[in-house]
Design a protein around this ligand. Structure first.
Ligand SMILES: Nc1nc2c(ncn2[C@@H]2O[C@H](COP(=O)(O)OP(=O)(O)O)[C@@H](O)[C@H]2O)c(=O)[nH]1
Ligand SMILES: Nc1ncnc2c1ncn2[C@@H]1O[C@H](COP(=O)(O)OP(=O)(O)O)[C@@H](O)[C@H]1O
Length: 403
């Protein structure tokens, strides 16, 4: 037997005095966008493990349990919701740490539309709102044995605080020195195919007879650590990434010749003769695509390793002095309690609440600037600007402080 519905269809038809025509449980929000109402239960009941979304379609009078993609927020005792446009609803969790306070539900973005088309189901997708932005990821591609791994290792060794590696999933067996979770997430094909179906991968491809893919999480954890993400993926994966919403720099590494590529693969000694042959056969097509497909912003020839590394650093702007400090964002203000109200002026959201201190009955405000949002589901929505609004005396003053 399934879970009891949080509201009943006849409730919606008869109407309730909360303005949405919904019977409220007290911990739900109902947001109307177009002819749909998105009812989100954030969990005042301990049995709920994460936010739950239901959609009521007014045009058909039906309640839909949508396919929910992205990272789903964990429950909290109270939240508010506000429609930002026809695509997004912003959720504010009460009494949550800053890194967990702001969430976006995408209901009609290009990503959601594409997933709706491919699945034939109603789809919604969560993404967590994150302060600050990160530099564009770097996608490195090229035939097996050309030196991608070597160049990436050199970069990470010289600039450990700047770069982080996107750890891919693969169904191939680990090589001798490879560690699970560090070089790859070594996985079973069935498990990986299931995760792909559930939208957990940004891209995937079958390469040399094995499945490889970049999970949403692999890229986001690097960005969460304030580092620039480096991806080592094949040409098919690079093509998928280019077509996705990931705004990256695409670099193709080319060997000086096929003979040299073969020599390097033999010298590395990690593949059987048969596997080397397969990689060399695939290399020809990869080089043609790499050089001519228009996917890549830069092509580097890895003849002399030191020279190639120098060129790589140059195109990443790392040939001069580098500021290796990551910018820290202060977290020195109180976050909204469970009871708060939310209003909006253009791209700015104002969260208002009463101070929790009994001696201090003043009204507090937090501003949220949405002007520079980037990314989104199935990863994070970055670029949130969150700031306290101090000692406000009237509405016009407030607007001055926000603008
Ligand atoms: N599409 C895609 N390709 C990947 C991913 N991870 C690795 N690859 C590519 O898979 C190919 C084989 O990688 P690997 O088995 O490590 O062998 P190597 O290239 O010979 O070191 C290389 O072209 C990698 O760039 C991924 O997440 N997605
Ligand atoms: N410019 C180069 N000249 C000679 N050998 C190289 C050069 N670049 C890399 N190698 C060697 O070639 C082999 C394959 O390099 P690797 O980084 O594993 O390639 P990939 O990750 O592209 O499969 C390694 O043994 C590496 O030390």
């Amino acid at each position: 037997m399934g879970e009891a519905a949080a509201f009943l269809v006849h409730d919606l038809k008869e109407g309730f005095p909360n303005g949405f025509g919904l019977k409220s449980k007290g911990c739900e929000t109902a947001t109307v966008i177009g002819n749909k109402t998105y009812v989100v239960d954030g969990g005042c009941d301990d049995s709920i493990l994460s936010f739950r979304v239901q959609v009521f379609d007014h045009s058909t009078g039906t309640r839909i349990d949508p396919v929910v993609l992205g990272t789903i927020p964990e429950p909290c005792k109270g939240h508010s919701a506000i429609a930002l446009n026809e695509d997004h609803i912003l959720f504010i969790k009460g009494e949550s740490p800053l890194h967990d306070s702001f969430w976006f539900l995408e209901v009609n973005t290009p990503y959601v539309q594409e997933r709706t088309r491919s699945s034939g189901c109603e789809v919604v997708a969560w993404s967590k709102g994150v302060r600050g932005t990160v530099e564009k990821p770097i996608v490195v591609s090229g035939p097996s044995g050309v030196g991608k791994g070597t160049l990436i290792s050199m970069l990470m060794k010289e600039f450990p605080s700047l770069f982080g590696f996107s750890v891919s999933h693969t169904t191939r067996a680990p090589r001798n020195m490879e560690k699970d979770g560090l070089h790859y997430h070594f996985t079973e094909r069935n498990a990986m195919e299931k995760d792909i179906k559930e939208g957990k991968f940004l891209e995937f491809a079958s390469v040399h007879g094995n499945l490889y893919g970049t999970s949403v999480e692999a890229v986001e954890v690097v960005a969460d650590a304030g580092k620039r993400c480096i991806l080592d993926i094949d040409v098919q994966g690079a093509r998928s990434m280019k077509a996705s919403s990931l705004d990256a720099i695409f670099i193709f590494i080319c060997p000086p010749s096929m003979a040299e590529l073969e020599k390097r693969l033999h010298a590395r000694g990690t593949e059987t003769e048969e596997q080397i042959l397969k990689r060399l056969q695939n290399a020809k097509a990869e080089i043609v695509q790499g050089e001519s497909s228009g996917i890549f912003d830069h092509i580097l020839y890895n003849d002399n390793l030191e020279e190639c590394y120098k060129s790589l650093k140059k195109l990443l702007g790392l040939d001069g002095s580098v500021n290796t400090c990551t910018k820290s964002i202060p977290e020195d203000f109180d976050l909204p309690p469970i009871v708060h109200s939310v209003s909006r002026i253009d791209n700015k959201i104002i969260i208002t609440y009463r101070a929790s201190d009994l001696k201090d009955e003043s009204q507090k405000m937090i501003g949220l600037d949405l002007t520079s949002l980037k990314g989104g589901a199935p990863g994070r929505t970055r670029g949130l600007d969150v700031y306290p609004i101090n000692s406000v005396s009237n509405g016009s003053n407030m607007i001055n402080q926000l603008s």
